[in-house]
Design a protein around this ligand. Structure first.
Ligand code: SF4
Ligand code: SF4
Length: 400
């Protein structure tokens, strides 16, 4: 996700993080929400709580925070680092999530650092709930605190435990956008990976009902769904779900599956880059109102072969590089402030040409590479695209 750079290490920041992250000796109360939150590693670096810098000098524009409880999340989702099905001998608040550690920090410290202007380029904060009874009230409190420090606050909600009345309270607390992590593209996959198949509490219909209720409360396109490509769906199934969300008034924020160590899907493969690029482009076209799934063509195994738009518009869209940037909640000056640098691939994979979600505008060389990937139908999960780079790396005996 990032390259550590000790040369920019700030001792004061390190002491601050030690103060909140390191457990003190002797019995101490659990560090739980609402006083504490977990931050993505990228957010911790951006807040100056940890040292580091991003590959290719990417910048983070949305601070992603996660509620934290000793008992964790009641979900048992097969692909998730926070799932209780994960076989790992650690307290829940030390589980990694989306590939990286999420340090526990004081909410007060986060709020103070935002207020100080330390990361003034940040345009949004996101508060992610977990499926835990305490999360409803705590989310309202945390959103309330943060919305006094920054103008745009999203909530990634836990549909299983919320209702429309609560969504009204969330808006009143200061959230302007809501995310619903549907994640799986079909009811069957959802049931298998998040519901009965894993003994989990989540239900496909409830998730979509909450999407609809969120649109009623927050307004069209102030709601987003998360969709993970690579959980076993076809491209056609993924694109149909993107269209379903759009028609309901929700944008789709796309993720590329990455196997989380010790999760049930730890041995599953990442989706081939060609598949991911085609779904990215289809998502962009649908969410911009430029195309509909009914206009697109799929082959007999559900792979996109035609995007249903004129060739010059297709070329122009690809040329812009925008469809391949990270999709997430917007900021005041950008389409997606939530740009999650390197959360769906390692910097090493990015170096080999497999940067799944560009956290910045792709440059000319990136677009050239994307063009090749877009029409690649091979099934290899990760390929080396930069031949000269690959040779150099192999010589240096790098490992993925
Ligand atoms: S509900 Fe969300 S956080 Fe909990 S296990 Fe499922 S995906 Fe992970
Ligand atoms: S897209 Fe980003 S900011 Fe929006 S709900 Fe999802 S994680 Fe939060």
């Amino acid at each position: 996700m990032f390259q550590r750079d000790v040369s920019i290490e700030d001792t004061a920041s390190r002491l601050a993080v030690n103060r909140v992250v390191e457990p003190s000796t002797g019995p101490s109360p659990p560090r739980e929400s609402p006083e504490y939150v977990r931050t993505s590693l990228a957010a911790a670096i951006t807040l100056g709580l940890m040292p580091g810098r991003f590959y290719r000098n990417a910048k983070l524009y949305c601070l992603n925070l996660l509620l934290t409880y000793r008992e964790g999340c009641a979900g048992r989702c097969a692909y998730c680092g926070l799932s209780h099905t994960r076989t790992i001998a650690k307290p829940w608040d030390e589980y990694s999530f989306i590939r990286v550690e999420w340090p526990v920090v004081l909410l007060e410290d986060v709020a103070r650092r935002i207020e100080s202007g330390f990361c003034s380029h940040v345009e949004r904060v996101c508060v992610s709930m977990v499926t835990n009874g305490k999360a409803k009230n705590d989310t309202l409190k945390i959103v309330g605190v943060l919305s006094e420090k920054i103008e745009a606050v999203s909530a990634l909600i836990a549909p299983t435990i919320v209702d429309k009345k609560w969504l009204g309270k969330l808006k009143h607390a200061g959230a302007d956008k809501v995310g619903v992590a549907v994640d799986a593209a079909t009811p069957e996959l959802f049931e298998r990976l998040r519901g009965k198949g894993v003994g989990g509490p989540h239900k496909w219909n409830k998730y979509w009902r909450v999407v609809e209720e969120s649109v009623e409360v927050f307004g069209r396109f102030n709601v987003g769904i998360h969709l993970i490509v690579g959980l076993g769906e076809t491209e056609e199934e993924a694109v149909k779900t993107i269209q379903k969300a759009y028609d309901a008034g929700a944008l789709t924020h796309l993720f590329s599956f990455f196997p989380e160590e010790n999760s049930q899907l730890q041995d599953s493969l990442q989706p081939p880059i060609g598949k991911y690029r085609r779904v990215q482009l289809a998502r962009f076209l649908i969410n911009k109102g430029l195309a509909r799934v009914e206009d697109m063509t799929f082959d007999r195994v559900g792979r996109l072969t035609d995007f249903g738009i004129a060739e010059d518009l297709l070329n122009e869209t690809v040329e812009s590089g925008w469809p391949f940037m990270t999709s997430g909640c917007a900021g005041k000056s950008m389409d997606s402030a939530c740009n999650r640098p390197f959360s769906n691939c390692t910097p090493y994979q990015a170096y080999l040409g497999e940067l799944r979600n560009y956290p910045f505008q792709p440059n000319r060389d990136d677009v050239e590479l994307i063009r090749r990937q877009l029409w690649d139908y091979s099934e290899e999960p990760v390929r080396v695209w930069m031949g000269e780079v690959a040779g150099e790396l192999l010589n240096q005996r790098y490992r993925c």
